[in-house]
Design a protein around this ligand. Structure first.
Ligand SMILES: *Cc1c(COP(=O)(O)O)cnc(C)c1O
Length: 227
């Protein structure tokens, strides 16, 4: 099999698994958006996914995305690009220009920088608040107990369009507990979008109400290790 026939098989298996998991929770497959995580994948590896109709992609680094996506977007104006990695304030201008959804809104300083950039730009990316459900010291994200206040700050003071929550559960814990926590938080705050679940656990995440699953390896195969 060529690399691209591999991708055809893997992408269709992921789509089937999403549809089955959605159906098992009484939801339609259309209620769950597959964010294909194309970080580290070169453009030729991404093109077969585009050819199969995939239009929502996730990248974790602004510079890498800026090198890959503007040309592809000219050919596919209906793309939706999600930033799923940490955003430094000095990259906010590029991020606003490139991304439709910023999933990693995680601190007041970033909210302030985004608001300042939106005042200069006609683009209006939606934002998800990243929640550190495991309260891990080394991980980005807002502590669960602080999300309500941070959401109010983002909306009332900075006028950001916050539509949901995102989380990456701790590696060594049962992800379902974290998905349940995130879903409960979103429900109490009236937020519709829930980005949770990766290659290893997206089926579980859908069971807990994920509206967006971020799947890389299961679609594109193993990533090359970072240089
Ligand atoms: C890399 C990454 C993913 C995809 O991970 P896979 O295990 O390859 O599916 C999802 N979310 C975030 C935030 C990531 O950085």
């Amino acid at each position: 099999m060529t690399a691209s026939t591999d991708l055809v098989a893997r992408l269709s298996a992921v789509r089937t698994a999403i549809a089955e998991a959605a159906a098992a929770s009484g939801r339609s497959a259309a209620a769950v958006t597959l964010v294909a995580v194309s970080k580290t994948q070169p453009v030729p590896a991404i093109e077969p996914a585009l050819a199969l109709g995939q239009r929502v992609f996730g990248e974790n680094r602004v510079q890498e995305a800026k090198a890959k996506w503007p040309d592809l977007r000219l050919r596919h104006p209906d793309l939706e690009l999600h930033l799923i990695g940490p955003l430094q304030t000095n990259k906010v201008k590029d991020a606003v220009a490139l991304f439709d959804v910023i999933e990693t809104l995680d601190r007041p300083r970033l909210a302030e920088a985004l608001a300042a950039e939106l005042a200069r730009s006609d683009r209006r990316p939606r934002c998800l608040i990243e929640v550190n459900t495991g309260e891990e010291a080394q991980k980005a994200g807002v502590a669960p107990g602080e999300v309500a206040a941070f959401l109010a700050l983002c909306r009332d003071r900075y006028g950001l369009s916050v539509t949901g929550l995102m989380a990456i559960p701790p590696q060594d814990e049962e992800p379902g507990l974290h998905f349940a926590l995130l879903a409960d938080l979103a429900r109490r705050l009236g937020l519709a979008e829930l980005s949770m679940g990766m290659s290893a656990d997206f089926v579980t995440a859908i069971r807990f109400g994920a509206t967006h699953v971020r799947v890389g390896t299961a679609i594109f195969g193993e990533r090359a290790p970072p240089p």
